[in-house]
Design a binder for this molecule. Structure first.
Ligand code: CP3
Length: 341
């Protein structure tokens, strides 16, 4: 098998310079993405059309020397596949018909993988199209993060609806998490079978939880997914990204069994040295707004991040998704600086 620097890093091998990919690297900061987006009726149609999803996935790799492609899809295709109404309103973000405790029993797991067949077809096409040294990343949303959208019906800053639901309806909440764990395992195994090299678990809302809720809603479901996937894909390489986990990061890494830990941009650079085993690969963690502003502060921060993680396996990334305002020249400058110093 060809050497894939990014995959090798997830598996624990430090590289001379860190490999790089960018969360949300396919998206609205690219004019060629906006053009394709303008010609589909809605965002989910883009996710479920393998021709277009393959094209959009590859767009950033044509412009920049990135080490990985990430499957173009969304974390909310799972609620959609379970039969919940999901739409992406222009300028509003995702809007879902909120689940109540009764409806949870009506979510249908059986047809979910069939519904996601077009996404798996995209993975197969990407596998065939990608140069051998590029890593293909699959993904899903982690159960708690997906549940916050399923229960709240939209994004929120404090996830209050889902936090209250979990406390008031513990049995219905546990049933929802069970459905999401089982569906995510099937979906990730299918992504590996279709050709993904590694998968990332996006726990974008790992913040706002006390440590007991964090253990129950974040660590345990992610641990079950890692265990369930590896039972069917032995040694499956998995990156966990618990955004906002802060003081819970070390526990998350140790107890879930992920190969590599994604760090958000608020995580101090000396955190890994102080709290993580030096063999544990880390990924991150540039503030996306530094990439918008560009210039000297960007170069200086990139150098700080690279040198802070120089003695361990490190994948360079942003500490959250790239934003639409990002100038393309800044992305090119970032990739060049990470690769060539
Ligand atoms: O390039 C890639 O990273 C792959 C594709 C990808 C998308 N969403 C495409 C997308 C990935 C990995 C995601 C993950 C995702 N989706 C997360 C986790 C990562 C994070 O940012 O925290 C979350 C929370 C979602 C849910 C979601 N999807 C929201 C809140 C939004 C609206 C906000 C926004 O950025 O527009 C989306 C829509 C979305 N997903 C877009 C893209 C390119 C923009 C939609 C459009 O083009 O109209």
């Amino acid at each position: 098998m060809a050497h894939k620097p990014l995959l090798a890093t997830v598996l624990g091998q430090r590289q001379e310079r860190p490999p790089i990919w960018i969360m949300r690297q396919a998206g609205r900061y690219l004019p060629e993405y906006r053009e394709i987006r303008a010609n589909v009726r809605n965002f989910l149609e883009l996710c479920y059309t393998p021709d277009l999803a393959t094209e959009v996935t590859l767009q950033p790799l044509r412009r920049f020397d990135l080490d990985a492609a990430i499957l173009f899809s969304d974390i909310l295709v799972i609620p959609d596949a379970l039969g919940q109404s999901v739409r992406f309103a222009q300028g509003e973000g995702p809007v879902l018909e909120p689940v109540d405790p009764q409806i949870i029993t009506q979510l249908r797991r059986e047809g979910a993988l069939e519904h996601l067949a077009p996404v798996l077809e995209t993975v197969r096409r990407l596998r065939a199209a990608l140069a051998p040294e590029k890593t293909l990343i699959g993904f899903c949303g982690s159960p708690w993060t997906v549940a916050t959208y399923m229960i709240g019906g939209r994004g929120s800053t404090d996830q209050a609806a889902a936090r209250l639901f979990a406390l008031r309806h513990p049995e219905a909440f546990a049933a929802l998490i069970d459905i999401l764990v089982a569906t995510s395992i099937d979906y990730l195994v299918a992504q590996f079978e279709a050709g993904a090299d590694v998968v990332q678990l996006f726990e974008s809302w790992a913040l706002n939880l006390d440590d007991s809720a964090f253990a129950e809603r974040v660590i345990e479901p992610n641990r079950r997914i890692v265990e369930g996937v590896r039972a069917r894909v032995p040694n499956a390489p998995i990156i966990g990204f618990p955004r906002g986990a802060a003081g819970n990061l070390a526990k998350y890494a140790a107890l879930t069994g992920v190969n590599a830990l994604g760090l958000d941009y608020a995580t101090p650079l000396d955190f890994a040295a102080k709290h993580l085993p030096d063999t544990l690969p880390v990924q991150g963690n540039l503030d996306p707004l530094r990439l918008v502003a560009g210039g000297k502060q960007l170069d200086e921060r990139v150098d700080q991040i690279v040198s802070a993680f120089a003695n361990r396996p490190h994948i360079f990334n942003l500490g959250h998704g790239i934003v639409p305002e990002t100038p393309i020249e800044h992305v090119a400058a970032l990739v060049d600086r990470v690769k060539n110093g």
